[in-house]
Design a protein around this ligand. Structure first.
Ligand SMILES: [Fe+2]
Length: 202
């Protein structure tokens, strides 16, 4: 497992989702027209954020069994979660944290000019401990991941999985896309399921 530590608790696991998994094509085929707009204009760093992108948020239990492409989407979910969980186990060896709660998997698509302004993943409404962001392609310009308070500016490569603390000091942005389309997964986790609604995405 090749990993680069780019900041305190910020680890990039390399080539976790290689091109051979064909994830962009498979997700596009199976999500079809079910992407939804995730545009918000909240500019408050501490209680919200502004972003423009398209999302598809789901878990293995949130899809209706016989809904369109549910079988393929659940297969994809299982393939992806195995890999994220392997990396989290490794991360837990290096840092004093253990996650037991996994939010739904968010597949996100950033087109030209789309972005996610500075925000904290952990917040007053939903509490998270460790954030995971996977990069499914890198054939676009822009879209760097920037950690505001560390001034760490990271240009993602295809297959990277970034794992980092969700806390306020790790406020981060995804820079606007200049050319092409960026595909990522975001998965939020916590030490406990306490305080999380099990029916949130059902
Ligand atoms: Fe985030």
């Amino acid at each position: 497992m090749i990993k680069n530590v780019i900041g305190p608790g910020i680890v990039i696991y390399k080539n976790i989702f290689p091109e051979s998994m064909n994830l962009v094509k498979r997700y596009e085929e199976n999500i079809g027209d079910s992407w939804y707009d995730a545009a918000t204009n909240d500019s408050d760093l501490y209680h919200g954020s502004s972003r423009f992108c398209k999302n598809f948020l789901y878990s293995d239990t949130s899809l209706e069994k016989n809904s369109k492409n549910s079988k393929q989407l659940i297969e994809l979910y299982n393939e992806v979660m195995i890999k994220i969980k392997e990396c989290l186990l490794d991360y837990e060896k290096d840092y004093p944290v253990k996650v037991k709660y996994f939010e739904a998997l968010n597949v996100v698509k950033y087109s030209v000019n789309d972005f996610f302004n500075y925000h904290t993943d952990d917040g007053p409404d939903v509490r998270y401990t460790v954030s995971c962001v996977a990069y499914l392609n890198d054939d676009y310009d822009g879209g760097n991941l920037h950690f505001k308070f560390f001034d760490i500016n990271y240009k993602p490569e295809i297959g990277d999985l970034a794992i980092f603390p969700s806390a306020y000091s790790y406020a981060h942005a995804a820079y606007p896309i200049i050319n092409g389309t960026k595909y990522i997964f975001a998965l939020m986790t916590d030490r406990t399921a306490k305080g999380h609604r099990s029916d949130q995405y059902k």
